[in-house]
Design a protein around this ligand. Structure first.
Ligand SMILES: Cc1ncc(COP(=O)(O)O)c(C=O)c1O
Length: 363
């Protein structure tokens, strides 16, 4: 299997091809309990709400990214030239795809969030896929990525598998002549015993050639509607991406949020939220694992859990009829109709969900 990749189909409308533009937000609404979207919902802390609200008084001026850039750089131990603020991680993927049109062999490691591949295709790239094996817990073997791939995109922790790849494994993919994009949109949800910061994050690694780390403020801070994230990497590479970014792409309130979320109070709060999430996730995993036919994929490390369940597509419909929305798995390359992704919620919500799911499985 060494280096084997699969060419992604190019024709839109291919019935065998998953819909890369489908996202969890399309599965909620109609009063359903939302276990499909992985954005945390909680009251906004004052240290975030205050600057965000204050920024609304400043909207007559064009945005100035410099303070937020400096704050984000400080958080990750990098100089400001190694930070590019973006309108969410999603804009980062588009900038990468547009600026690196000259890439000869772009490879996307799947299953993963589908926008990186969608952005590449929209920019005219021919994309190859490396499909990780469920039987192997979606483990990433760097040897699966072709040596001459000059643009490689991988998620860590990965949506939808919730698998956290070891930093060393990802670092082994970096090399001169290759841009290695690591999507860390969910890195702030991860914890490990005895590790003070985010385990396996490459955000502070300045020694890896061609590394681009993609970050988002959407998930933990419930800011999906604000559109704010950033890229970390070598200044020359970021300059190429900035050259294709629309002017003033990140709004003044989004910049205020970026600066606030980079502060020590925010990082400490993030760690506490991640620890709570880990306990809630353990609860969800234990309850799921006790159900007949359900197999939890890999070793979940983020804000969601992927399960394999024969007939999952029908189970998802039954859940919807009973008021519960979970994320379908069949729109992710490398999965199919027998997979579901379930967001980690508080134990009471999990218990109520498991009760409904257990009844469906009994029927
Ligand atoms: C893995 C992953 N990366 C990036 C994004 C996009 O994040 P943002 O809201 O910052 O554009 C998402 C959103 O679902 C995601 O799941």
């Amino acid at each position: 299997m060494r280096g084997q990749t699969i060419a992604a189909p190019t024709g839109a409308g291919d019935p065998a091809e998953p819909d890369l533009t489908h996202h969890g937000d399309a599965e909620v609404g109609d009063g359903l309990v939302d276990l499909a979207v992985n954005v945390r919902r909680a009251p906004m802390p004052d240290w975030l709400a205050d600057p965000l609200t204050a920024a609304l008084g400043d909207l007559a001026a064009y945005p100035d990214p410099r303070p937020a850039r400096a704050a984000v750089a400080g958080r990750h131990g990098r100089p400001p030239a190694e930070v590019l603020l973006t309108a969410g991680a999603a804009e980062g993927f588009v900038l990468i795809a547009q600026a690196l049109r000259g890439a000869r062999r772009p490879v996307v490691v799947h299953p993963q969030f589908t926008e990186p591949e969608a952005a590449l295709r929209a920019a005219g790239h021919t994309v190859e896929r490396v499909l990780l094996d469920p039987a192997d817990g979606f483990r990433l073997d760097p040897a699966r990525v072709p040596d001459d791939a000059d643009l490689v995109m991988v998620g860590n922790p990965t949506n939808p598998t919730s698998v956290l790849h070891p930093a060393d494994t990802l670092a082994a993919l970096a090399r001169p002549g290759r841009v290695l994009v690591v999507d860390e949109a969910f890195a702030d949800t991860t914890t490990a015993p005895g590790v003070p910061g985010e385990p396996e994050s490459l955000a502070a690694r300045r020694d890896l050639p061609g590394l681009l780390v993609v970050r988002s403020l959407t998930k933990t801070w419930g800011l999906a509607g604000l559109r704010v994230g950033y890229l970390l990497g070598e200044p020359a590479l970021l300059e190429r991406l900035a050259a294709v970014q629309p002017l003033w792409a990140v709004s003044t309130p989004a910049l205020a949020a970026a600066a606030a979320c980079a502060g020590p109070e925010a990082v400490e709060a993030e760690r506490a939220i991640a620890a709570r999430l880990a306990a809630d996730r353990d609860h969800l995993v234990a309850r799921l694992a006790a159900l007949p036919g359900v197999r939890v994929a890999g070793a979940p490390a983020s804000a969601f859990v992927l399960i394999h369940l024969p007939g999952a597509a029908g189970v998802r419909e039954s859940l919807r009829e009973r008021g519960w929305a979970v994320r379908r798995g069949d729109t992710f390359p490398g999965l199919g109709p027998d997979w579901l992704r379930i967001a980690v919620r508080d134990p009471a919500t999990t218990d109520a969900f498991i009760e409904v799911l257990a009844k469906i499985l009994e029927a």
